[in-house]
Design a protein around this ligand. Structure first.
Ligand code: IPM
Ligand code: MG
Length: 357
């Protein structure tokens, strides 16, 4: 029996609601599959903690997480705390401190959920966006001078390193190679940005030589938004910078029906540190406490976590259960249903227990 040590950080908004749902499904899976179990430790790191103590997490926060096999993260952000404070106070120190440089965001149209694109059905939109997660526009480089004066200046410098770009490119090519279509699209803005972005293109070219069986092409990020909307079936695996992929993955989630189903995995591919799994949607204060948050994104990211932990059978079973429940029309309001979080969660747990799943 393998016991996985999971650090749960539900944090803000609907985070606690969806993480509770995710843990419930993981428990049922462990019982159903046997062979593994979870030991979950919950951390109360959040905007609430910030308001009480001045910090979202303790100073040695990442140190405390080191011993875990994975981190299951809800959402961070509060209406009365500036977003850059919450982001840099919790999520980014974990992603960057643990060098979780590959952010993996699968999107597909689940059965029973309508794409926002007319006439596009399941199978015609099945992507994985690989987001560079350690540097680029999120490197935190820059500053402010002449504060408060008319000549005030603010700089925000994107940092691209050969190491950073090569490793994410290699990760993306490998992932593309493992998928049936073996198709990768490299996104940049190398017409207007002629330094770091041109280096991206060059490194893509270099890395591609080690993956002769992967067909790949390049897109400028603006044209990419058009292609995602107009020719979704022409895409499969996508790699882009931290900011470009942030934006494209919101678009991807919306095209697949709702951000409420979109998962993300912050992976340290070298497994030096725990990786972190979270729904993309964020804290969603407009629906917090109403019990109607869509738990599907959290189930999907729990499935990514199981894959990463080395439990691919359970990972697939969880996704099959989610797909069955969606196909049965047990959906939350964001995807056109009338069910609440608990009803969707109970249905998924019931499906996991079933014989034919
Ligand atoms: C995401 C989110 C975050 C990001 C926010 C919360 C800062 O939008 O995970 O995509 O931009 O990285
Ligand atoms: Mg985003």
């Amino acid at each position: 029996m393998t016991t996985y040590r999971i650090a749960s950080v539900p944090a803000d908004g609907i985070g606690p609601e969806v993480i509770a749902a995710g843990l419930q499904a993981l428990e049922v899976l462990a019982k159903r599959d046997g062979g593994f179990s979870f030991e979950v430790t919950e951390f109360d790191w959040s905007s609430e903690r910030y308001k009480k103590t001045g910090a979202l997490m303790p100073e040695d926060g990442t140190e405390q997480l080191k011993a875990f096999d994975a981190i299951f993260f809800g959402a961070v952000g509060a209406p009365d705390v500036p977003d850059h404070v919450t982001l840099w106070g919790l999520r980014l120190p974990i992603c960057q401190g643990f060098d979780q440089y590959a952010n993996v965001r699968p999107t597909k149209i689940l059965p029973g959920i309508a794409s926002t694109l007319a006439g596009v059905g399941p199978g015609e939109l099945d992507w994985v966006i690989v987001r560079e997660n350690s540097e680029g526009e999120y490197a935190g480089m820059g500053g402010r001078a002449h504060r408060g004066l008319p000549e005030e200046v603010g700089t925000e410098v994107a940092v691209f390193t050969r190491t950073g770009v090569s490793r994410i490119m290699r990760y993306a090519f490998k992932l593309a190679q493992s998928r049936p279509r073996k198709l990768l699209t490299v996104v940049t803005k190398s017409n207007a940005q002629r330094h770091g972005m041109v280096m991206w293109d060059e490194i893509a070219e270099e890395v591609s030589r080690d993956f002769p069986d992967v067909a790949w092409d390049k897109m400028l990020v603006d044209a990419m938004t058009v292609r995602m909307v107009k020719k979704p079936a022409s895409l499969d695996t996508i790699v882009a910078t931290n900011l470009h992929a942030d934006i494209l993955s919101d678009l991807a989630g919306a095209l697949a029906g709702s951000l409420g189903v979109a998962p993300t995995a912050n992976i340290d591919p070298e497994r030096r540190y725990p990786s972190m799994f979270e729904p993309i949607h964020g804290s969603a204060f407009d629906i917090t406490g109403k019990g109607i948050a869509n738990p599907v994104a959290t189930f999907w990211t729990a499935s990514q976590m199981l894959d990463h932990l080395g439990e691919p059978k359970a990972a697939r079973r969880l996704m099959r259960a989610v797909e069955k429940v969606c196909a049965d029309g047990i959906l939350t309001p964001d995807v056109g249903g009338t069910a609440n979080t608990a009803e969707v969660t109970d249905a998924v747990c019931e499906a996991i227990r079933g014989d034919n799943i």
